[in-house]
Design a protein around this ligand. Structure first.
Ligand code: G6Q
Length: 549
């Protein structure tokens, strides 16, 4: 058992070291060491990580690696891979890594070979995907499926949407994919308004099959389908479920022969490569899906075997801890310079913040250091014309992950080099800034000079890859998963529970009847909630003056 974090030798050494190097500028680090850019670069599975523009020296790295060792990172990692119940607050194994292990690699956990289970479901998914994609699977009226609508939320939505968008280039363009997550009826209504029910397949994705938003949307989908096709028996040809809960799937009216299972050892936000990825497989085909799994697995092996100095997820995780706890950075920007990765920031937001947004350690004691940062982002060049201003010249330091590719999937004239030049230029400007002398030398009037000075010294990681493929996507997501794991291990938190999310689920259920009630008993909450509920009821009763819609 490691000592509490702030009492570890390496942590104390990092505190002293931070005071020594805090006033130093990236300009100095680069001037002192012409090889820095090459030295501080590592690669694995087609991803090149340049971390040289972080505010670190070799000593920082070596102390961070000591911290990883002192925090038992290797042991904790091995415990995860062997199926120990490292999700302590839910007493569960954490085995998303088993989802991508090759067939025939036995992994027996709690008496069961989980890899065999995984491949049984993968085979079932493959068979189904082939039948739908070939047109062999017929809808109620005998027509082939042309539209796939995934209904799910959180981990049962963000991964599927992100992966569909990321791999759209490889997807079947004659199939339409939609994703409904919000319980706001607009989400569902807009998703199906131009679809023909007889060509539409709904995938109801819910680990628990008890999530209110998903079940509400699923019921509306079922009503819509029955209304369009005029026959309740149509449901069996147009609804499939992805879940761990056979009983509830069956109670909803979906034939469990059309159910794709997974297990309680797959956390929602770690489930895009389980059956939750059925929409991904329908889009890119089983081959593309398996390629993605290979990428995930390759990064898993790298995480398990590479020395920490060479280990991409470990390095990224340690740098994140350094930026968070020593530099005091509260947020991290993730900026993909690849249009297909436009949903990656939203996906990573859940992965990182739901995993490490914790205030107690594994044994339940309150912690006295900072944990998970706020993750956010947008495709890169769009961000440059809006919020990058604050990253360059604001009063808060925002470390940024810039994700670039050497090749475009849709090359067109000079577009790609223009796009990529921004990756390098932004990292450069953030690191080195622009001094007063440089601004003056450009002929800037004296009174404008302070406004144009950029202090620089703002950390970035540049992740450079050749081209976006299913394999690369798998490796990239696994890289972030294990970076999150590394951070969670150092911080000593349970990265695999989400009690904060569970609370929201319970509270809203208490208020629903008060909004629906026509007899309107006095609401009995705090004065703000009471008056908001009363106002809501009054607004709801008001005549709608929008005119004819
Ligand atoms: C993920 C979270 C959460 C979950 C959703 C949907 O790690 O647990 O985002 O995925 O609340 O849950 P169901 O899949 O059970 O509907």
């Amino acid at each position: 058992m490691s000592a509490p974090l702030r009492q570890r030798k390496s942590w104390k050494a990092l505190e002293t070291h931070y005071l020594e190097i805090n006033s130093r500028h990236l300009r100095e680090f680069f001037a002192e060491d012409p090889q820095r850019g090459e030295r501080m670069r590592r690669d694995a599975e087609g991803i090149y990580l340049d971390y040289s523009k972080n505010r670190v020296t070799d000593e920082t790295l070596s102390l961070l690696i000591q911290l990883a060792n002192e925090s038992g990172l290797a042991l904790h990692r091995d415990a995860m891979f062997s199926g120990e119940h490292i999700n302590v607050s839910e007493d569960r194994a954490v085995l998303h890594v088993a989802l991508r292990m090759p067939k025939g690699t036995p992994l027996v956990v709690d008496g069961v070979d989980v890899v065999e289970q995984v491949h049984t479901v993968l085979d079932q998914m493959t068979d189904f995907a082939n039948r739908v994609r070939s047109g062999e699977w017929k809808g109620h009226t005998g027509k082939a499926i042309k539209n796939v609508v995934n209904i799910g939320i959180g981990g049962s939505d963000l991964g599927p949407v992100m992966a569909y968008e990321a791999l759209r280039y490889y997807s079947r363009r004659d199939l339409t994919f939609r994703f409904v997550s919000n319980v706001d009826s607009t989400d569902f209504v807009e998703a199906v308004r131009d679809l023909s029910a007889d060509e539409t397949l709904f995938i109801i994705s819910s680990k628990t099959f008890g999530t209110l938003e998903t079940l509400t949307n699923a019921r509306s989908a079922r009503d819509w389908l029955i209304q369009q096709l005029g026959d309740a028996s149509a449901v069996s040809k147009h609804f499939v479920a992805v879940s761990t809960n056979e009983e509830k799937v069956s109670a909803f009216g979906i034939d469990t022969a059309n159910m794709f299972g997974f297990w309680d050892w797959v956390g929602g936000r770690y489930s895009m490569d389980s059956a939750i990825g059925l929409s991904t497989m329908l889009a890119v085909g089983p081959e593309g899906f398996y390629e993605m799994l290979e990428g995930f697995h390759a990064m898993d092996v790298h995480f398990q075997t590479a020395p920490f100095e060479e280990n991409l997820p470990v390095l990224m995780g340690l740098l994140a801890v350094w930026n968070r706890d020593f530099l005091g950075c509260q947020t991290v920007g993730v900026m993909p310079y690849e249009q297909y990765l436009k949903r990656l920031p939203a996906y990573l937001q859940q992965l990182t913040m739901e995993s490490n947004g914790k205030h107690v350690s594994l044994d339940g004691t309150s912690i006295d250091y900072q944990t998970g940062a706020i993750y956010w982002g947008e495709p890169g060049t769009n961000g440059q014309h809006s919020f990058y201003q604050l990253i360059h010249q604001g009063t808060t330091i925002v470390p940024v992950d810039l994700i670039g590719f050497a090749k475009s999937l849709n090359p067109l004239g000079e577009h790609h080099d223009i796009l990529s030049s921004n990756v390098f230029a932004q990292a450069q400007a953030l690191a080195f800034g622009k001094t007063e002398e440089e601004v003056r030398a450009e002929g800037t009037p004296e009174h404008v000079i302070p406004h144009r000075v950029m202090e620089g010294n703002r950390p970035t990681n540049v992740l450079l890859c050749e081209i976006l493929t299913p394999r690369l996507l798998g490796a990239l997501i696994a890289l972030y998963e294990h970076s999150v794991f590394t951070q969670g291990t150092i911080w000593g938190v349970d990265s695999f529970d989400q009690w904060g999310v569970e609370l929201g689920k319970v509270l809203s259920v208490q208020i629903i009847p008060e909004l629906e009630s026509s007899s309107e008993p006095e609401p009995s909450h705090d004065s703000s909630t009471n008056s908001l509920i009363t106002l809501y009821r009054a607004l709801k009763r008001k005549e709608d003056n929008r005119g004819d819609q």
